[in-house]
Design a protein around this ligand. Sequence first.
Ligand code: C2O
Ligand code: CU
Length: 493
Amino acid sequence: MPVPSHPTRRALLFGTAGTAVLLAGGPRTLLGTGPAAPRPAVPVAETAVLLDAAPVTVDLGSRTVRTWGYGDRVPGPEIRVTAGGTVSAQLRNNLPQETTVHWHGVRVDSAMDGAPGLSQVAVAPGGVFDYRFTAPDPGTYFYHSHVGTQLDRGAYGALVVEDPAEPLGYDAEWTVVLDDWLDGTGTGTDPDAALVHIRDRPDAVQMHSTLLGGIAGHIAYPHYLVNGRTPQAPEEFTDAPGRRIRLRLINAAADTAFRVALGGHELTVTHTDGYSVLPVTVDTLLIGMGERYDVLVTLGDGVFPLVAAAEGKDSRAFAVVRTSAGEAPPASVDVPELNGRRPTLTDLVADPSVDLGDAPARGVDLVLGRGPNGTGWTLGSTATFDTPPLRVPVAVGERVRLSFTNTTRMWHPIHLHGHTFQVQVPTGRGPRKDTVVVRPRESVTVDVLAENPGEWMLHCHNLYHSELGMMATLGYGDTPPAGPGMSGMSGPG
Ligand code: C2O
Ligand code: CU
């Protein structure tokens, strides 16, 4: 049977029923209507999608670029499934090098995680791989290639897992995918060349950010994108005044943190990396690579700038939110909210429904560092390369407290595959996350409940850092199983 090129909802009937449940929810408060209603007994959805990884020409609005992506647009197709439902994604590799797809943040079975050399053998050019997994937890996720610098080309897309008993009240939702763009821009460089440059001249570019506590990034990109569009030809979101919108914010960039604000509006944060938090109302959010935030906004009357400042890089991504006729603001418009209230991890507290509790945990200390002579980046037991990469052993059911200490002059968004940890903050337990920002000379501690057996990557989500060695693993049992055809991960190259 041919696989459709766009996500389809086999259980269309369920989609309709789900909407009806939401509308029949009575007077809406932010978090619904009091006691949680029992989950309706509904058919489980299955979503089928074809991911054709291939060289493509994509239209960024103000220009076209030649790149690698899934289909002819960037981001690739948005995949939506109901929690408990199944995603069937056929990856066809039409790239000139091997590839995989990683389902970032999703508690998949290890064999479907797309970690090359660890959970699967990368798919050779011309090859096909059928990913099929249950998406157990509702939330905002994304998928991306996990080979080389393909993520910093166009090989990524949004993945939304809907809650069949959605407790939030809202009228519509928009997915907002942020990216930094270099590939195919005719600037004489591309992500692979950038990788070599960053490896050989690590301190060549110094862009500073006070918010990030030091060096902001390595690359001043020619473009910053919202949903694959440049500020010169922005995405326009349209709805009506007074309506409540859920924004699903995803940072799919390789080397850029974004500070996001919607001019004239407050943002109520409801989810961190897919998991609910006690609602906090703010003006702006700082989002590292791999992080996602869900926020609610109540739309004003007018035409508003949705801005994602490329933190420390003096540039921005930009989109327009429109609820009335009139001229759109220019991309350079001043947005005071960017300097307004911004939550720290301490301000974000997991909702009791997803709180991991405070059972005792075994501590593991990890160091974020530089390799010998300042080459490469490390994530290990000490501030030098572990060869092979450090493996943190865990047992099923165990609780492990990972402490990351950053000895470098740069911030790092640290991501664990297959699990959503809980950040520990000075006041106690913070948000559930799978990617957490660790600033220079800072330590961040997270609790992991080991309940998803397998071998999992633990790495910096700055693509250039992970490619240059900032990678460890977390695995179940004292020794990794010898997987068929699995060479194991190699050290930094
Ligand atoms: Cu989105 Cu291993 O990462
Ligand atoms: Cu890093």
